[in-house]
Design a protein around this ligand. Structure first.
Ligand SMILES: NC(=O)c1ccc[n+]([C@@H]2O[C@H](COP(=O)([O-])OP(=O)(O)OC[C@H]3O[C@@H](n4cnc5c(N)ncnc54)[C@H](OP(=O)(O)O)[C@@H]3O)[C@@H](O)[C@H]2O)c1
Length: 245
């Protein structure tokens, strides 16, 4: 459906879940893909499942600043056409039980990494006078629920970052948008909700199902495509109607 021949795309957290679907869909539309993951085993698994796919990979844990800086050094001379800041983590807990290290890890992966990677990649996009950045936010950046303090804070911050980047980069012809998935059926969701939580949540989604990684990827590819020429600083909600209620 979309054409990305000759486009260089970086997807953080591209080894599993939503990110791997996005990487796959860009690759199948002709793009030259680079992904990040936290372990070689995760990349190998993705490669095994998609043996025909050609892609480059970097191993980086964004909760570690030294690893993040090393990764940025490795990519700083490259010019990417599209950046998808997808890597993200969640750990639910009540205010009184949150451990500082868990809070910090969530902010570092969900917020510091999109800032640092965007800062690095935008330099090349500015030189090329074109680019697209898509940030993977969440409905929990807009609404919230008990035990989501760390996650909601990080994703609300990412929505703020999206708007500021959109304004700062608009005159360089770089469009910056966020997508906010609702409940998408991935390992992260199954770990956080558990089996009973999945059943309960499905009943609360007006379209009566959890979303798929493909539901999210379709929107990301649209925002990154030539079809989108005038949407920037926007947040596209992909939740089957959940936040309408
Ligand atoms: N699933 C949902 O319902 C949902 C809803 C709203 C928003 N989101 C957002 O969508 C994004 C992807 O979620 P997902 O459900 O697809 O997650 P997932 O299945 O857990 O995959 C997460 C990806 O991020 C990478 N990653 C994990 N921890 C990392 C770290 N410390 N440093 C660098 N990379 C790391 C993982 O690499 P490894 O394979 O090496 O671990 C993996 O590629 C996240 O930003 C999440 O907040 C998800």
């Amino acid at each position: 459906m979309f054409q990305f021949q000759g486009k260089k795309v970086l997807v953080t957290g591209g080894s599993r879940g939503i990110g791997s679907q996005i990487a796959l869909d860009f690759a199948q539309s002709g793009a030259d893909i680079t992904i990040t993951a936290t372990s070689q085993a995760s990349v190998d698994e993705f490669r095994k499942e998609n043996s025909e796919l050609k892609f480059r990979s970097y191993i980086v844990n964004f909760s570690k600043l030294d690893e993040t800086e090393k990764f940025l050094k490795n990519i700083e001379s490259e010019i990417f056409d599209i950046l998808v800041n997808n890597a993200g983590i969640n750990k639910i807990n009540l205010l009184t039980d949150i451990k500082l290290q868990d809070w910090q890890n969530i902010q570092d992966v969900n917020l510091r990494a999109p800032f640092l990677v965007s800062q690095c990649v935008a330099k090349g996009m500015i030189k090329k006078k074109s680019g697209r950045i898509i940030n993977m936010a969440s409905i929990f950046g807009m609404v919230t629920k008990e035990e989501r303090l760390s996650y909601t804070t990080s994703k609300a911050g990412l929505l703020g970052m999206t708007k500021t980047l959109a304004l700062e980069l608009a005159h360089h012809n770089i469009l910056v948008n966020a997508v906010s998935p609702g409940f998408i059926d991935t390992e992260l969701t199954r770990r956080v909700l558990g089996d009973s939580g999945i059943i309960e949540m499905t009943k609360r989604v007006p379209l009566n199902r959890l979303g798929t990684a493909k539901d999210v990827s379709n929107v990301v590819l649209f925002l990154a495509s030539e079809l989108n020429q005038f949407i920037t600083g926007e947040n596209m909600v992909i939740d089957g109607g959940f936040t309408c209620a």
